[in-house]
Design a protein around this ligand. Structure first.
Ligand SMILES: Cc1ncc(C[n+]2csc(CCOP(=O)(O)OP(=O)(O)O)c2C)c(N)n1
Length: 366
């Protein structure tokens, strides 16, 4: 019997290979995963839901209805494709741009909105969903992910963990500690790097001298692969493959999804100061949603009528979730102090006292 191909060997990043199933125009150039029409429609739905809810969030922030926000436009395939490969018992350890993953895992959109409105309710993930809260300190979450993946390995669980991080995170010490520890202790973890090519204003060429980010895995004796991150089928297939490998005790691996951040780093950023509009326009032609639509059209799954229905459904869902998020009242100052630990540390109690005194003084003046 012929040996099953190892995707990591076949697409060795040191040989300049990039894993792809759909090319830029949605034409099949690799082995398609066996998915039902319903599953393919789910992929499309979640990418669209992520896009429409993202555009709404940016608008709300501009209208003063959200504090700050990290847009995800252009990166939907990376997140939705990989998340659809997760099983219920797997864990997700995110950075802060994984809206598509959260929605696939079943987190209500209003939770994401609440988080960016500064309401800690948004960081409260329902029990059993197996998602850690959003992590702002770049790369720190990779170590938390390895902790969970190591526990899964020690307990012999048939489950694994995915941790997400950006290209900039690969320059942080935590990332390297996490990769090293995961490989030595064979943690059940898949590292997914969202290479959207910028860490705020720093382009990936100034972040590292390595030709790919995936090749960094090889130094840790772990397989790494560079994938077209705008190809939802490729992201799905490779994540499924890497997760199955991790769940069966074969250890960690790293996936670099090569994509582009179409929007701002966050709404506090102005990307026109550090990148050329031509570059953005060029990447718009590689839009992951349009590409997948072309593929679905070819399979006679996509029709104008289907598009109308799915657009209507997504818009209704977004507007409903906005209403829910906006029905929450502004949290009291003490919520920020009380929410992080089961019991407040003495220094937090002190800070809360000081802050409350300031608040009272302000109120007395008004
Ligand atoms: C340890 C740390 N240093 C700096 C920052 C400020 N900061 C927030 S996001 C970011 C860039 C992250 O870039 P990347 O890892 O590529 O992820 P992306 O934002 O592109 O998704 C920086 C420097 C931070 N949050 N944490």
């Amino acid at each position: 019997m012929a040996k099953k191909k190892d995707l990591f060997e076949e697409f060795n990043p040191l040989e300049g290979k990039v894993y792809q199933i759909l090319d830029k125009d949605g034409k099949v150039v690799g082995d398609e995963p066996k998915l039902s029409e319903e599953q393919l429609k789910d992929m499309y739905f979640y990418m669209l839901y992520t896009r429409v809810s993202d555009e709404k969030a940016v608008n709300m922030q501009r209208q003063g209805r959200m504090l700050t926000y990290a847009p995800v436009s252009g990166q939907e395939a990376l997140h939705v494709g990989s998340a659809l490969a997760l099983e219920k018992d797997d864990w997700v350890v995110p950075a802060f741009r994984e809206n598509g993953v959260f929605l696939v895992k079943g987190l209500d959109l209003h939770k994401i909105y609440l988080y960016w409105k500064g309401n800690e309710e948004g960081a409260l993930i329902p029990e059993g969903m197996n998602i850690l809260p959003v992590t702002i300190p770049v790369a720190s979450q990779t170590l938390h992910g390895v902790g969970i993946g190591w526990a899964q390995a020690l307990k012999g669980e048939k489950a694994a963990t995915v941790t997400y991080f950006g290209d900039g995170a690969t320059s942080e010490g935590e990332f390297h500690e996490a990769m090293n520890f995961a490989a030595v202790f064979k943690a059940n973890i898949v590292f997914i790097c969202n290479n959207n090519q910028y860490a705020i204003s720093v382009p990936v060429e100034k972040q590292t001298a390595s030709k790919t980010l995936a090749q960094k895995a090889i130094a840790y004796e772990m397989p790494g692969i560079k994938v077209d991150g705008n190809d939802v089928l490729a992201m799905y297939s490779i994540t499924k493959y890497a997760l199955e490998r991790a769940r069966s005790g074969k250890g960690p691996s790293m996936i670099e999804g090569y994509t582009y951040r179409i929007g701002y780093h966050t709404t506090a950023d102005d990307p026109t100061k550090y990148r050329d509009q031509k570059e953005v326009d060029e990447w718009r032609t590689k839009d992951p949603i349009i590409r997948f639509r072309e593929y679905l059209k070819g399979k006679k799954i996509w029709t104008e009528k289907y598009e109308e229905e799915v657009q209507k459904k997504v818009k209704e869902m977004v507007s409903n979730e906005v209403k829910i998020a906006e029905s929450f009242s502004k949290p009291p100052i003490k919520a920020y102090f009380e929410h992080t630990y089961a019991e407040m540390y003495p220094y937090l109690k002190e800070q809360l006292k000081e802050m409350s005194a300031c608040e009272e003084e302000k109120e007395a003046k008004e």
